[in-house]
Design a protein around this ligand. Structure first.
Ligand code: FNR
Length: 366
């Protein structure tokens, strides 16, 4: 039988991923002052050593206050580059494409990394624990929810500074050797906050109409594209819907994807939600795939990736085989099993190359 498309290479600009099973960006809350450590080297390498086609390093703050928590990874200073370069170099040795998601947390900044410290009450991180409660900002002075910071409404100067910070971060990502940069425009962080009418009530050119709400992400994409090498792909992760009446919609996502393609974005990574606690979601296998499929069908000039509970292996295969997405991102599955790519290959009866060091595990001993 022919090789399933999900195990066929995908070339975008000058970069080729050997397969289309990719590690989704996941915050590890394991940094101090934004620096990559031995943890990051070991953590990201394990996926590369076990066959993932692309590994997307977690949301990395383009400014210190653009982190979510005090323990998030950062890319706001040139000093961050050597640690990241070490991670990239090791992933490259095992044939993985190395990506990094660059991010600004907006009104969700200075929060407690719940997955690590869920025992402390509330969501606001205080200065005593490394937070920056007095420097949380967003499009409008609207808190995400009760118990969260009320952000300061950003000035025009702050908006310009954020755009420059994204471009500077992309320049550092290139210096570190990354092949792919992904803009984090999803999950209720700053760029998504500007997109959604639920969080953006501005009356200047960055709020109100669809054109105005999409202005910041488009300016960021264009600024990043100017410094990010022509041969390297640029991705954008979006929340395809807010899952709330009156919020951002799938139709908005299609229109945005068309604009972002014109700004030099090569792939739209279609997640959902995260900007409003009233979101009505029923997570189930493949529940976000229709959003990727719609973008792929209606915006042929951009590639798409699907994400979210992509299991079993046949769903991973069929999502790409049937043209609902060009690639898949998998998150928690890779945390449970760093060798997931090889597991999926085995389940689908596909013979893929193993790294030399682990080949011997496949010889018959009994
Ligand atoms: C995430 N997710 C996430 N998304 C993102 O765009 N940037 C990030 O840094 C993170 N961080 C993160 C941390 C952890 C621990 C988890 C579990 C998730 C979301 C993630 O990339 C993915 O979209 C979801 O987990 C859904 O995919 P799975 O896990 O069902 O395959």
């Amino acid at each position: 039988s022919p090789l399933p498309k999900v195990f066929q290479p995908l070339t975008i600009r000058g970069v080729t991923a050997k397969n289309r099973i990719w590690v989704s960006p996941m915050c590890m809350y394991s940094s101090q002052d934004g620096f990559a450590t031995d943890f990051h080297l070991a953590h990201y390498s394990q996926f590369a050593m076990h066959g993932a086609g692309l590994v997307m390093v977690e949301a990395s703050g383009v400014l210190p206050e653009g982190r979510i928590s005090p323990n998030c990874l950062g890319i706001w200073a040139d000093e961050h580059v050597p640690g990241l370069r070490r991670v990239v170099r090791h992933m490259h040795q095992y044939g993985a494409v190395a990506g990094i998601q660059i991010a600004h947390s907006g009104r969700k900044g200075s929060t407690i990394p719940l997955r690590l410290y869920g025992t402390r009450p509330g969501f606001k991180e205080d200065a005593e624990h490394g937070g920056w409660p007095d420097n949380v900002y967003g499009p409008s002075a609207i808190a995400y929810d009760d118990g969260h910071h009320t952000p300061a409404e950003m000035t025009a100067e702050q908006i310009g500074a954020v755009t420059r910070a994204f471009a500077d971060a992309a320049r550092r990502a290139d210096a570190a050797g990354f092949d792919v940069v992904e803009l984090h425009a999803a999950h209720g962080y700053l760029l998504h906050e500007f997109l959604s009418p639920l969080s953006n009530r501005r009356t200047d050119k960055y709020g109100g109409s669809f054109e105005n709400r999409t202005r910041l992400v488009r300016e960021v994409a264009a600024a990043v594209r100017r410094v990010w090498p022509r041969e390297k792909p640029l991705f954008a992760r979006v929340s395809s819907t807010d899952w709330v009446e009156g919020g951002w919609t799938a139709a908005d996502t299609v229109a945005l994807a068309r604009l972002l393609a014109a700004d030099g974005v090569d792939l739209v990574d279609c997640s959902t939600g995260g900007n409003d606690p009233r979101q009505a979601i029923a997570p189930a296998p493949g529940y976000q795939v229709p959003f990727a499929a719609r973008v792929r069908a209606e915006v042929p000039e951009v590639l798409t990736a699907a994400v979210g509970i992509l299991t079993p292996a046949t769903l991973v295969r069929d999502t790409v085989e049937e043209g609902r997405a060009d690639a898949v991102f998998i998150g928690r599955g890779f945390l449970r099993n760093p060798s997931l790519t090889l597991t999926i290959a085995r389940e689908l009866g596909v013979n893929v190359a193993w790294s030399n060091q682990y080949k011997y595990s496949r010889t018959k001993t009994n």
